[in-house]
Write a protein that binds this ligand. Sequence first.
Ligand SMILES: Nc1ncnc2c1ncn2[C@@H]1O[C@H](COP(=O)(O)OP(=O)(O)OP(=O)(O)O)[C@@H](O)[C@H]1O
Length: 311
Amino acid sequence: MNDPIISINGLNKTYQGGFQALTRVDLTIQRGEIFALLGPNGAGKTTLISVVCGLVNPTQGEVIIDGFDSVRDYRQARERIGLVPQELTNEAFETVWNTVSFSRGLFGKAPNPAHIEKVLKSLALWDKRDNRLMTLSGGMKRRVLIAKALSHEPRILFLDEPTAGVDVELRRDMWDVVRGLRESGVTIILTTHYIEEAEEMADRIGVINRGEIVLVEEKAALMQKLGSKQLTLQLQTPLDELPEALQLEALSLAAEGLELVYTYDGRQAEEGHGIPALLATLEREGITFKDLHTRQSSLEDIFVDLVKERA
Ligand SMILES: Nc1ncnc2c1ncn2[C@@H]1O[C@H](COP(=O)(O)OP(=O)(O)OP(=O)(O)O)[C@@H](O)[C@H]1O
């Protein structure tokens, strides 16, 4: 798949006062994907999104959105983007319908009640269209934010921490909503602190640290490449030490000799992880086990490692 909807080329951003928030950022977002941007606090996520949305000017470099330059062709570029912020601002007394319709007007688009109806229905807000925002639950308010961002029919949706501070159930609902949007052809870029969220939803993952993109990878490939796996065997009888045939770097004893732990990475898994050989050796050595389990390192482990390495 190579059909970029956003191309970010050689982007630098130095704020007034001299702080460099982005350094040589190159990034391509493909049409129709869900891209998750991860990074620790202050890494530059908001700055990057703000530049892409034309809210902050780049110091160097360019952003092309669906063929339009974010600075030179600001209006056309901006029109293609919906930005979902974290919080609703100051519209407590407005109704859902008016708020969402008004957002569309801000983009200079002619009213289109049929579109607003479609958006509200897709976000399960149709029954609430005449409610004032102050009477909505937290989850509904968040969906109103999405409805507002979709009101002008953007092709790209930025979600800034879409589930920050919401409970687990609501988070799952939100994930379903986002997946539904993607089905409808919207390209989605989300920032999140919840690695589980990226793991659950993203097609590709980008990690930004100290203003630099340190990694961009298909989620599946990332888990394969960087994730390690562990096989733990619970032995029938404890071992004081490993017999010579089992003295391998990847093997260790744990739980006072009652567990044999075998660690291998994704690449080894692809090449044949050596588990059959290990089991054969155990049998030859007369070592029996009563149970076994495997564990795979999560995206969270991978992320922490990556950011730590570069700190
Ligand atoms: N207007 C500004 N002027 C000067 N420095 C700024 C400005 N806005 C952001 N910064 C700095 O740029 C860096 C990146 O900030 P940014 O808000 O982009 O990070 P972030 O990754 O979104 O962080 P968080 O996850 O905490 O929201 C921070 O060090 C911040 O202090």
